[in-house]
Design a binder for this molecule. Structure first.
Ligand code: FAD
Length: 466
């Protein structure tokens, strides 16, 4: 056969796992090749985090303009040109993906657009329509990510959408059914509801956004209802029938069979790891969990010591920042550094309205871990900045250990919760106490003061609440 080309590290997949791993490995002096069969930036930049947040931003501004009277403004004839909204979204995506491409090049990472397939433990074939070079690697980092789960009764196509198609519609639908009330379904459903789509959410559990504290999801439910979103909990979606104009979903709730018809059906019931198919993992026998994830140690090493795996294909939260974190650990481990993963502080954020963000333990979790846990809840209404932003509806919960004062966790639902959670992650990482936070001067008037006020509340002497 053909001769192999030699590289130090082969990175398969260029999402927030792969591209970060490639850059970090190159910084540490390795000769790196990165391969992606799709676009640079992976799901996150192309059909995930970034495009969804761009559309959510447009929807947010549209809604604010429609209710501009609350700020003393009268804005007439506000309308949506969804083609232009898509242009804006695409320009954001292009800016970010070309940024990734530029960074990879500047770090002298070799790039191959095409698919990777293992030949054996030390070699892989990279191929596209033009060529199919064969590479021998010293180390490999697998970062092939995940794809939407497709349910048998709801095959994607036509009027049945996955999150990917839902991000690229060229008009605002009149109506949409969403199966699955996890954060992706809620982010996209709420975004469309703000643009005027009638949304029906079918969720099997008794609450939406099950990963978050119930107080947080209740606040989101309240806002969804303000936009006339219909939420059916305990709904078991059974089948769908589509015409060229619409789609009808039949579901069961409380033993009754019901149906609902809409322009589109969006199915967001989770994501499946890309560990099957052409990649050829079966040829190299890496150990897998029964859910099709790759088993790794605390340096992201698989059962084959020179092959690593990171991101959505390994156990844990399927989040971009978790993929990037593991990427750095894996690249450093390959370079002989003692880096190890520590998952104590992975923030989780839903870009719902209001935003929900959490890090560390909830009060219940902390108690289960044996802490003398206390939780303090401060309302956004007690913060000047939140009120000026029209964001009085929200709260921060701070969980601490009553014996030591150590900060153990935080849950925030409210305007800019996504940005506020960073300070709490740092506090936990650094072993801060509630007193450390209470004694830190926070600028006025900022949302950051909420963190200080919640810490003062936890210490028993709150100024801005009772
Ligand atoms: P991916 O980003 O999935 O990238 C994997 C790459 O590998 C792909 O580009 C693919 O083409 C390539 N690939 C696969 N197989 C091969 C092969 N054999 N050869 C070559 N290339 C291959 N996370 C957040 O943290 N915050 C958010 O706000 C957020 N919002 C989201 C919104 C939506 C709508 C979706 C769908 C996801 C969202 N996520 C969010 C999740 C986030 O996108 C993923 O956790 C993240 O992209 C995982 O990164 P990764 O590097 O593991 O894989």
């Amino acid at each position: 056969g053909d001769a192999s080309l030699d590289i130090d590290t082969l990175v398969i997949g260029a999402g927030p796992g792969g591209y970060v791993a490639a850059i970090r490995a190159a910084q540490l002096g390795q000769k790196v090749m990165i391969v992606d069969k799709g676009k640079w930036g992976g799901v996150c930049l192309n059909v995930g985090c970034i495009p969804s947040k761009a559309l959510i931003n447009s929807a947010h501004h549209y809604e604010h303009m429609k209710h501009a009277d609350q700020f003393g403004l009268s804005v007439e004839n506000v309308s949506v040109d969804f083609t232009k909204v898509q242009d804006y979204k695409n320009s954001v995506v292009n800016k970010m993906t070309s940024g990734v491409e530029m960074l990879l090049k500047a770090n002298k990472v070799q790039m191959f657009q095409g698919e990777a397939m293992f030949i054996n433990e030390n070699e892989a074939r990279l191929f596209n329509e033009q060529e199919a070079p064969r590479y021998r690697f010293k180390n490999c980092i697998i970062a092939t990510g995940s794809r939407p789960i497709e349910l048998k009764p709801f095959p994607f196509g036509g009027r049945i959408l996955s999150s990917t198609e839902a991000l690229s519609l060229n008009e605002v639908p009149k109506s949409m059914i969403v199966i699955g009330g996890g954060y992706i379904g809620i982010e996209l459903g709420q975004m469309y509801s703000k643009f005027g789509t009638e949304i029906t959410i079918l969720e099997g559990a008794d609450t939406i956004m099950p990963g978050f504290d119930k107080d947080m999801s209740s606040l989101v439910v309240k806002h969804l209802k303000q936009n006339k979103v219909e939420i059916v909990n305990g709904a078991l979606a059974k089948s769908a029938e589509q015409t060229d104009k619409d789609v009808t979903v039949t579901y069961e709730v409380n033993g009754e069979t019901k149906s609902v018809t809409a322009d589109y059906l969006l199915v967001t019931v989770g994501r499946r790891p890309n560990t099957d198919g052409e990649l050829g993992l079966d040829l190299i026998n890496v150990k897998m969990t029964d859910r099709g994830l790759i088993e790794v140690d605390d340096q992201c090493r698989t059962s084959i010591p020179h092959i690593y795996a990171i991101g959505d294909i390994v156990p844990g939260a399927a989040l971009a920042h978790k993929a990037s974190y593991e990427a750095k650990v894996a690249a450093e481990a390959i370079s002989g550094l003692p880096s190890k993963v520590d998952y104590k502080c992975i923030p989780a954020v839903a870009f719902s309205d209001p935003e929900c963000a959490a890090v560390g333990y909830t009060e219940k979790e902390a108690k289960e871990k044996g802490y003398n846990a206390k939780s303090s809840k401060f309302p956004f209404g007690g913060n000047g900045r939140a009120v000026t932003l029209g964001g009085a509806d929200g709260f921060m919960k701070l969980v601490h250990d009553a014996d030591t004062g150590l900060v153990l966790g935080a849950q925030i639902a409210g305007v800019e919760a996504s940005n506020m959670i960073a300070e709490l992650g740092l506090a936990i990482e650094m072993g801060a106490t509630i007193e450390d936070i209470a004694l830190t001067i926070h600028a006025h008037p900022t949302l950051g003061e909420i963190t200080m006020d919640t810490a003062e509340l936890a210490m028993g002497h709150p100024i801005h609440t009772l």
